[in-house]
Design a protein around this ligand. Structure first.
Ligand code: MEV
Length: 286
């Protein structure tokens, strides 16, 4: 059989990461960056080529495609381990390729249900947000559950600048770190949940939205998932006209998201500082 491919999108969390693991709502939008898996037949066990050292990668491929007979090659436009949902995008891409191989047409719910256990290999307590937005696209308010609650939001017209700290964050460890501080931090998690509702209500007002994102960043720092690099990049963006800036994803490194009307000054400042940066914006569901 010829090569089969599957694609999964990455994501950016606008508000509510970490709190979402503990039942609070979050808002995320799909990135146009993502991961493609290319699956070809082979003799022997299913395996992934070109990525060494992490046995979970082969295990993910076997869960989606079967134990035997498939060789997987990855191509990804997503920065890995930077909070942009690369493990969820990989899981969704595998599930879609597996469905194509078997001649199945999967609903979004079925794709979600198959991809979530695969993402669980990479960090043990995913809320499901990353998989849900990778499957669905667009911009959604998400609350964890079985099934989760997904409320599509009207697509706003602003954009963000994404700035890369160049450091990987370990999502599993960061989620465990936040969890270990409960119940003491529960009021902070509840405030993040309330902020998410305010964000949904102010989605088209960049000034108000920026202030809410700044507050979300301060709360994330209080639960210990920010870092000096993240704080520096937020400050750089705010000093060059951003309305608000925060880490996005698990933190501990990864990328920062800065809400802008004009991306040029933030992009120029990032370039001058040697920081990789690019723009992203919410898209209608595709
Ligand atoms: C990771 O992209 C977002 C977290 O909230 C974890 C999760 O929702 O599974 C930190």
């Amino acid at each position: 059989m010829n090569e089969v491919t599957g694609f999964g999108r990455g994501k950016l969390i606008l508000c509510g990461e970490h709190a979402v693991v503990h039942g609070q709502p979050a808002i995320a939008f799909a990135s146009d960056l993502g991961t493609t898996v290319h699956v070809s037949p082979c003799d022997g066990p299913t395996h992934v080529i070109g990525v060494d050292g992490d046995p979970r990668i082969d295990e993910a491929a076997r869960m989606a495609l079967g134990e035997q007979g498939h060789e997987v090659r990855l191509s990804s436009t997503l920065p890995l381990g930077r909070g942009m949902g690369s493990s969820a995008a990989f899981a969704v891409a595998l599930v879609r390729a597996g469905a194509t191989l078997r001649g199945e047409t999967l609903s979004e719910q079925e794709q979600y249900e198959r991809a979530l256990p695969i993402e669980t290999l990479f960090h043990s307590r995913p809320s499901g947000l990353d998989v849900a937005i990778s499957v669905r696209g667009g911009i959604v308010r998400f609350t964890k559950g079985n099934p989760p609650v997904l409320e599509p939001l009207p697509c706003p017209s602003w954009q963000v600048v994404v700035l890369d700290t160049g450091k990987k964050g370990d999502t599993g460890k960061l989620v465990d770190h936040v969890t270990s501080q409960r119940p003491g931090i529960d009021p902070i998690l509840a405030r993040i949940g309330a902020l998410t509702d305010e964000v949904a209500a102010q989605l088209d007002d960049v000034e108000a939205l920026g202030a809410l994102l700044d507050e979300n960043q301060r709360l994330l720092a209080q639960v210990g998932v920010s870092s000096p690099e993240i704080e520096e990049l937020c400050e750089l963006a705010l000093a060059h006209g951003a309305h608000g800036a925060k880490l996005t994803g698990a933190g501990g490194g990864g990328v920062v998201m800065a809400l802008v009307t004009d991306p040029a000054p933030v992009l120029a400042a990032a370039k001058a500082a040697g920081v990789p940066a690019w723009t992203a914006k919410p898209q209608e569901q595709s």
